[in-house]
Write a protein of this length. Structure first.
Lengths: 483, 450
């Protein structure tokens, strides 16, 4: 039997060999993946032992760490302003991980690279006692609050940027959510808050400023006009003023908003067409320029690309290979053209900023616990798109600027007028679904550029009626601050 | 009594004493390190653990010196070291979860070692057990069925009905049933191995012996397996079946048995898979522990996180998170070792088991009669398979089944049956070395009892 026992012991040796190999694979090869796996609570517990730095707007913390009273999870996050900054800060949750800046700036807020957090070395070195860094944002609290107040419970989004720097002054998406219960250390409380948020048909978790695209409607005429001016046309270029533009290759012709002519029924200049938002002129212009020219110009403004923002932005779209009817529709922002409010705000900013496309950003500065600035803002031009951050020449920008100022002074955007301030803007009302998307994009001087969208403001809503007043309120708030 | 024999008999005992001292010192150091992770003062719990283990070691050593002076000197120290590490890590789990299992486990250690000494003192020849083979066969079934007896039964715990309450203690008689079954099978095979080695019947491509030679043991084994499966103790059933097939092979030298065993295993696995929902869940978790990481896959995922976090050198004693791993004091104690002592510590523990297992097989090969050989093989194989199944389960090599890690896991019944295994292996090795040392004094009976 001795020989059989030897064989049996060899079989056992093989089994144990498999155990050894497997243990090595787990503890050495897969160790990093396992240690940093999102479901591995160890990482969270390590992180929760750190007092994260606050996220600051103005002089106030909009997200800060407080002692939780719990032994395992020492600190927890609170958001004093509730839903106002929810999409910007995100939440910081034991169950849902992180979102928003809490996720995007996790290393800055914890004050440690992720690799350190996954190691126990940090604890041994006593490094867990040091708080994280404070992150100061470019947000203007007045403008942000004005955006919420002006939307007044209606679905919609507002993005306002400083045209010169790209610093975001307001980014509010309605409906929003309260990040406090989601950031609780009590999982029951998290679940209780999370389930209704997920089930809500109005999708409060969706950040409409950057994560959703809408048909821009007439607001896109700015891009068409930019393409025309860049191609050598003048603002005074005359177009036939038609009640209906007979779109080639289709019977689906394009009329003006509300029917009728844009001017006297004879001729209308490009500039005036912009002021009154004349569909027939821009549809014709789009067909004349061709879809390639429109696409090229929109891409110079950042369409079909991802803006370099701290948070993930859905690319805005100008589709490829359009036939003539689609091109006509696209020139007036219908059909399959889609844009985020962020993209439209950048478009307005480029016009207000002498044709330079700013890099959008939220972070103004990052300070360590001693108050030393260790990181700055991400200023400069967004130079990835074709045109290297200069989508139009300063001359074109100036011409567009004048047109948009005209639209606010005497055209579709009069509701955005502010006494004593040079306001320019373009309305949009895109008929894509049951209810139109009401848009306003524009600027006040060189201080603020913004985009407002209300995708569900009622059947007869127009950008001029519902979006322009919101824009005015936000611009006023931002300007009041400066003065 | 051969306590004062002197000369060659002292050599193994002296070695054993040195190794035992080492085991106690390592345990005491580990206990102190663990205590320091909590508070800078010398923790009383560490002193108590060290002292208790030292006292138990002295008693065990004296008992072995008296009752089995020629026995293998490595088994007991390895068992003590594993047991000591187990005490430290059970205490570690206590610290994390607020439970108080370490004290109970220390008491169980004393009881188990006491029983081991008792067995060595009362069973002076291992053959005495062979004579009682059918008693052991019956005892197996009684032990297995005990959890069903009203008044004794502790009810269904974690989905299985395996425990009884006796004198206020919770006990799992199935642990002992495995031992008595191995004794029965070893005795039966010794008597019938000649007949079982002769193939007379063809079943498909393999030749098998006449069914009537195999029938009694087969009936008993199948009965035991059915009871284990019925009580939802599939882990034990698997271990037991594997050990039985290994013994059949060793006894007969015919590979047909493992081959047929594999077929039976496949059939059994198929039936069990379709019969029990929890088996399907276990297999699904094994294939993809991440799919349901918050619920069914939780334990395995936590175990893997622990090993991954431990890495090569571990987080250090007291620095891991055993509170995150379900059953960290019992089934998953190896996970806690893996996290806090790392790959190196886990490997060291596995090597201890490997040395113990190889000593066991060596004892089987040098045993003086066939019953001893078969018994030692069976007991060692039981240890080997049990270690493999639980460690493999916790590291996702095989589907996870809830069984204990011998000597290390918290659990009185498990500790008890494992020390009884050590007692029998010590007895067998003492028998053989004694007869080797004194060939003229006694002629060992090699004849099978009739």
């Amino acid at each position: 039997m001795s020989r059989q026992i030897t064989r049996l012991s060899l079989a056992v040796l093989v089994l144990f060999g498999a155990l050894f190999v497997n243990l090595n694979v787990i503890a050495l090869l897969q160790a990093d993946d396992l240690a940093t796996h999102p479901a591995n609570r160890r990482l969270i517990i390590q992180e929760y032992a750190i007092e994260r730095g606050p996220i600051v707007v103005g002089e106030q913390a909009i997200a800060r760490s407080v002692e939780s009273g719990d032994e395992t999870l020492r600190f927890q996050r609170t958001y004093p302003d509730g839903e106002l900054y929810a999409h910007i800060t995100g939440y910081y949750s034991v169950l849902l991980q992180r979102s928003g800046l809490e996720q995007a700036l996790n290393e800055e807020l914890t004050g440690r690279p992720a690799e350190v957090l996954s190691q126990n070395l940090a604890q041994l070195l006593g490094g867990m006692e040091r708080p994280g860094n404070a992150v100061e944002l470019t947000i203007d609290p007045q403008a942000q609050a004005a955006a919420r107040a002006a939307l007044d419970g209606r679905q919609g989004a507002v993005v306002a940027v400083d045209p010169a720097t790209g610093g975001v002054l307001a980014a509010y998406s309605n409906p929003s959510f309260d990040p406090n219960p989601l950031s609780s250390i009590d999982t029951a409380e998290i679940n209780e808050a999370w389930t209704p948020l997920q089930d809500d048909p109005d999708r409060p978790l969706l950040d409409r400023t950057i994560a959703e695209t809408y048909a821009p409607g007439s607001a896109f005429k700015v891009v068409a006009a930019a393409a025309a001016l860049e191609a050598g046309l003048e603002p005074g270029e005359m177009f036939p003023d038609e009640g209906v533009y007979d779109v080639p290759q289709t019977t689906a012709n394009i009329g003006n908003f509300g029917g009728g002519f844009c001017a006297d029924g004879d001729q209308i200049s490009l500039s005036d067409a912009m002021v009154v938002s004349c569909n027939t002129v821009f549809a014709r212009l789009g067909v004349d320029l061709g879809d390639d020219a429109l696409r090229e110009q929109s891409e110079r403004f950042g369409f079909n690309d991802t803006p370099p923002y701290e948070l993930g932005v859905t690319p805005s779209v100008f589709p490829a290979d359009l036939d003539t009817p689609s091109t006509a529709q696209s020139a007036i922002g219908q059909r399959d053209v889609r844009a985020t409010p962020m993209q439209m705000a950048l478009l307005a900013a480029a016009i207000a900023n002498e044709g330079q496309l700013p890099r959008p950003h939220l972070v103004a500065s990052i300070r360590d616990p001693d108050g030393q600035t260790i990181g700055g803002t991400d200023q400069g031009l967004w130079d990835d798109p074709p045109g290297d951050g200069r989508p139009v020449s300063p001359r074109t920008a100036d011409q567009l600027r004048s047109m948009l100022i005209g639209a606010v002074e005497s055209g579709t955007g009069t509701s955005a007028r502010i006494d004593g301030v040079t306001v320019g803007g373009k309305t949009g009302t895109a008929q894509t679904g049951q209810t139109p998307n009401a848009w306003f994009i524009g600027f006040a001087g060189n201080d603020i550029a913004l985009a407002v969208v209300l995708p569900d403001a009622g059947e007869d809503a127009t950008g001029g009626q519902v979006a322009a007043p919101v824009a005015r309120a936000v611009m006023e708030a931002a300007l009041r601050d400066d003065g | 009594m051969s306590a004062g024999t002197g000369g060659p008999a002292d050599a193994p005992r002296t070695r054993e004493a040195r190794l035992l001292t080492g085991a106690v010192i390592v345990t005491a150091f580990a206990a102190i390190l663990l205590g320091w992770s909590e508070a800078p003062d010398l923790p009383p719990a560490a002193v108590v653990t060290g002292l208790a283990l030292a006292v138990i070691a002295v008693v065990a050593h004296l008992a072995v010196r008296g009752a089995a002076p020629h026995a293998d000197p490595t088994l007991l120290p390895i068992a003590f070291l594993l047991n000591g590490l187990g005490l430290v890590f059970v205490r570690r789990v206590d610290m994390a979860t607020g439970s108080d299992l370490a004290a109970t486990q220390t008491v169980w250690t004393a009881v188990a070692v006491g029983l081991m000494c008792g067995m060595l003192l009362f069973v002076r020849r291992i053959r005495e057990l062979a004579r009682l083979q059918y008693t052991f066969g019956l005892l197996t079934l009684v032990l297995l069925l005990m959890p069903l007896i009203p008044g004794l039964s502790a009810g269904i715990i974690n989905g299985a009905q395996l425990w009884i309450d006796l004198f206020g203690m919770r006990f799992q008689p199935g642990e002992l049933a495995k031992l008595s079954m191995v004794i029965f099978v070893a005795a039966y095979l010794e008597r019938n191995r000649a007949l079982l080695s002769v193939a007379t019947q063809r079943v498909g491509p393999v030749l098998l012996p006449a069914a009537r030679h195999l029938a009694p043991v087969l009936v008993a084994v199948i009965l035991a397996l059915v009871i284990m499966a019925g009580l939802r103790d599939l882990g034990s059933a698997l271990l037991f079946f594997g050990t039985f097939v290994a013994l059949l092979y060793v006894a007969t030298g015919r590979l047909a048995y493992p081959a047929v065993g594999a077929v039976f295993f496949a059939a059994g696995a198929f039936i069990v898979y379709n019969l029990f929902g929890h088996v399907r869940v276990r297999v699904r978790i094994w294939l993809d522990p991440w799919a349901d990481v918050g619920d069914t896959g939780y334990q395995l995922a936590q175990s893997l996180f622990a090993f991954g976090t431990g890495g090569l050198t571990g987080t250090g004693l007291g620095q891991g998170r055993p509170q995150d791993v379900p059953f960290s004091a019992t089934d998953a104690i190896f996970t806690v070792i893996g996290e806090e002592l790392g790959l190196l510590g886990a490997t060291a523990v596995l090597l201890l088991f490997l040395v113990m297992i190889f000593r066991g097989y060596r004892i089987a090969q040098t045993a003086k009669d066939e019953f001893s050989t078969l018994l030692a093989t069976g007991l060692t194989t039981l240890l080997a398979f049990q270690t493999f199944v639980i460690v493999g389960g916790l590291t996702r090599l095989v589907p996870l089944t809830g069984i204990t890690l011998p000597f290390v896991s918290y659990g009185g019944s498990s500790l008890l049956s494992n020390y009884l295994i050590i007692a029998m292996l010590l007895r067998i090795s003492d028998d053989s070395r004694r007869s080797a040392l004194a060939p003229v004094s006694a002629k060992p009976s090699r004849k099978a009892a009739t």
